[in-house]
Design a protein around this ligand. Structure first.
Ligand SMILES: Cc1cc2nc3c(=O)[nH]c(=O)nc-3n(C[C@H](O)[C@H](O)[C@H](O)COP(=O)(O)OP(=O)(O)OC[C@H]3O[C@@H](n4cnc5c(N)ncnc54)[C@H](O)[C@@H]3O)c2cc1C
Length: 392
């Protein structure tokens, strides 16, 4: 067993670090507080081979491994935490599901521009009454001629204000087996947006409304029976959130480490105080342990898709560690870490959100418990309770 990066991975990490230092570090603070999607960075990254890293070459990608995409997140975030979102969008998010399951015509129409950094795809899954219980989604696809009519609404969609196309989870009929997804472009007739709302992270989202939107069959990504494939692809998205949690925690750690060696109080550098040394030691243990779980999930990935249990374990760990380390780093930095002119407060806010997004930590713990006991633990009320509710 080898815990080091391979020679090729180490070279890629070095090259990515150099790119990030040259092009990203200087604008990192401004970018973290900017409202728009960093389109200029997306195009720059596309031109330098950072989009579609793990997407096969025949589909327009780079043909690397999931692990390479994680290395990219780590190295980019170390210089510019916000730009790691571009790596996420261009490698781990809905783009990965699209690349894997799209028809050749869909790849031609959507994937090319996404990989060029000219377009952006969002995943619209969560609904007002279907959050953790995503399989309870009600956005409906009703057959109509050579396609479907989509009606329903979605909330919390990342990049919903900027995306050019949406991968929308829909149901074609009752039950989990009838869940799939369709592609809907911004501007489609009957597709509208509600009022903008801001998350603690500074990201804006707005409700999406689908009022009888016509989707031709050629824009169906996964039809009835596609849910398992969709969730397998979603594990990649989770790994991207996992990697960013850890990377932003590490960014905060490094900032605190730097300050602890330069700032002096009571006549000596902060790092001379044992109370702070032990905080750093604890953070180091957490970061290392979390990183090993992340790398395990990525290297065990079968055809680029990590397993559900490995992903849940890595995400729960990295989500917690990323946030705990960012919080502790802020404490060590005092007012300088709490202030908006430090990226540490940004890392603190972003890592907090990933404990909820893409499978909240509690839901991941449920999944891990199923792995431990090798059985399902249905979360719904017992059938007897439902029956008595119906007769009340
Ligand atoms: C920053 C951010 C970005 C997001 N981006 C997207 C996106 O791009 N696309 C999209 O579709 N959605 C997105 N979401 C939505 C996200 O997927 C949901 O917020 C998440 O699935 C949780 O659903 P919920 O918020 O409705 O909480 P709920 O499901 O209502 O859960 C509330 C609380 O109850 C807990 N809980 C629920 N069920 C159980 C259970 N069975 N056992 C124990 N505890 C439980 C949860 O863990 C949580 O703590 C995003 C959310 C955030 C915060």
């Amino acid at each position: 067993m080898d815990f080091d990066l391979s020679e090729q991975q180490a070279q890629f990490a070095d090259a990515t670090r150099g790119f990030a230092e040259r092009h990203l570090r200087a604008g990192a603070l401004a970018r973290a507080h900017a409202e728009d999607y960093p389109w200029d960075i997306a195009r720059l990254m596309a031109a330098n081979g950072f989009l579609g890293i793990a997407i096969p070459e025949q589909h327009g990608g780079i043909g690397g491994q999931l692990m390479d995409a994680i290395i990219a997140i780590e190295q980019i975030a170390a210089a510019d935490p916000r730009s790691a979102d571009v790596i996420q969008a261009g490698n781990f998010g809905a783009i990965r599901v699209l690349a894997q399951f799209a028809t050749p015509a869909q790849r031609e129409r959507y994937l090319k521009s996404l990989l060029a950094g000219e377009a952006l795809i969002s995943v619209a899954m969560t609904e007002p009454n279907a959050g953790s219980a995503v399989t309870e989604l009600t956005t409906f696809a009703k057959p109509d001629g050579d396609g479907f009519r989509i009606s329903g609404s979605k909330i919390f969609t990342t990049h919903g204000l900027h995306a050019t196309v949406f991968l929308v989870y829909v149901r074609y009929g009752p039950g989990v087996g009838n869940i799939g997804s369709v592609l809907i472009e911004r501007g489609a007739e009957g597709f509208s947006f509600g009022k903008k709302v801001r998350f603690l992270s500074g990201e804006d989202w707005n409700p999406l409304y689908f009022d009888n939107v016509f989707v031709p069959k050629k824009d169906v990504l996964l039809g009835p029976g596609g849910f398992k494939k969709q969730i397998a692809g979603f594990n990649v998205e989770r790994i991207g959130n996992t990697a960013r949690s850890l990377a932003l925690g590490r960014y905060a750690f490094n900032a605190a480490r730097e300050l602890a060696t330069t700032r002096r109080q009571f006549g000596q550098a902060l790092c001379e105080f044992q109370g702070l040394q032990w905080k750093f030691a604890e953070m180091q243990i957490k970061l290392d342990a979390a990183q090993l779980l992340l790398y395990r999930a990525a290297t065990n990935a079968d055809k680029g898709f990590p397993g559900a249990a490995d992903t849940a374990i890595a995400k729960a760990m990295c989500n917690r560690v990323g946030f705990e380390v960012a919080s502790e780093a802020m404490q060590i930095m005092g007012g300088a870490g709490y202030s908006e002119d430090s990226l540490v407060e940004y890392c603190f806010r972003r890592t907090r959100g990933w404990m909820i997004a893409g499978g909240a930590v509690e839901v991941l713990l449920n999944r891990i418990a199923e792995h431990v006991f090798d059985r399902k633990f249905p979360q719904g009320p017992p059938k007897s309770a439902l029956a008595s509710e119906a007769t009340d």
